[in-house]
Design a protein around this ligand. Structure first.
Ligand code: NAD
Length: 251
């Protein structure tokens, strides 16, 4: 059942962290994978080359804060692959900002990259998913979207917005056999956390506070994403799958 042969998957932010782990895992289950990258063209090429012999692999540079670039890239991917069956809205940023001192520019950058890009990508793939009566949309939210996060209120708001958007789409498009779900990671050891985890005693405290006593790897998040994209999860729609080792029990 975990065979994505002839399925076309689009992943945003595919050269790093969770996005790169998704690209690799979807290849392992024989999907054709399209992914976007922001600046890392050489890494995109390397990842794509590593996957030769499995499904097709195409990639494109996209700044997800640009509606024009998103629409152009999705059009290109659909032209190349025929359809997009699975969309993983993964690209995002996590910036520091005290709520009483946050500029409108900072607020809007996070909302645009994390939340609005999801809307634009989703809108771009929906017509053909509706036409094909098939689609899986997986949005990478966060525990922050459910419990909030001090000094990251813009991030938490964007991730909470992803959750309510997910639930809305589940209700609106389920009738077209389109499943929309979220994966909500807790701490994941990726580039996003490099700076904060450079304080090793803090990193150790984070690890010890997680009941399962480990910090997630990117692969720990990619697995549930592939599961949600599979037909094993065909009756899961509008759910928030928390992947956090039991540290935030908000399901
Ligand atoms: P990461 O920083 O390695 O990856 C983020 C990806 O988003 C990168 O590929 C980056 O290029 C892309 N991106 C950012 N801004 C972009 C832009 N303007 N245009 C195009 N691409 C852009 O971190 P990650 O941990 O792999 O994060 C992936 C997702 O997981 C994010 O949405 C993040 O919010 C979420 N998440 C991460 C954690 C964590 O602890 N790392 C926890 C919860 C949720």
């Amino acid at each position: 059942m975990l065979d994505f042969r002839n399925r076309n998957v689009l992943i945003t932010g595919g050269t790093r962290g969770i996005g790169a782990a998704c690209v690799k895992l979807f290849y392992q289950v024989n999907a054709n994978v399209a992914f976007t990258f922001k600046t890392q063209k050489e890494i995109a090429k390397k990842i794509s080359n590593e996957c030769v012999g499995k499904g097709k692999s195409i990639y494109r540079q996209v700044d997800v804060s640009s509606e024009q670039e998103i629409n152009y890239a999705v059009g290109h991917f659909i032209k190349e692959l025929g359809t997009i069956d699975v969309l993983v809205n993964n690209a995002g940023i996590w910036e520091y900002g005290a709520a009483d001192n946050m500029s409108l520019e900072n607020w809007e950058r996070t909302i645009k990259i994390n939340l609005t890009s999801m809307f634009i990508f989703t809108k771009a793939v929906l017509p053909q998913m509706i036409k094909n009566n098939y689609g899986k949309i997986i949005n990478v939210s966060s525990t922050a979207g459910q419990r909030g996060e001090a000094f990251h209120s813009h991030y938490a708001a964007s991730k909470g917005g992803m959750i309510s958007y997910t639930k809305s789409l589940a209700a609106e498009f389920g009738k077209y056999n389109i499943n929309t779900n979220c994966v909500a990671p807790g701490w994941v050891n990726t580039d996003m956390c490099t700076e904060v985890f450079s304080d090793l005693s803090y990193k150790e405290k984070v690890r010890k506070d997680i009941p399962i006593r480990r910090i997630a790897t990117a692969e720990d998040i990619a697995g549930p994403i592939v599961f949600l994209a599979s037909d094993l999860a065909r009756h899961i729609n509008g759910e928030i799958v928390n992947v956090n080792g039991g540290s935030v029990l908000c399901g």
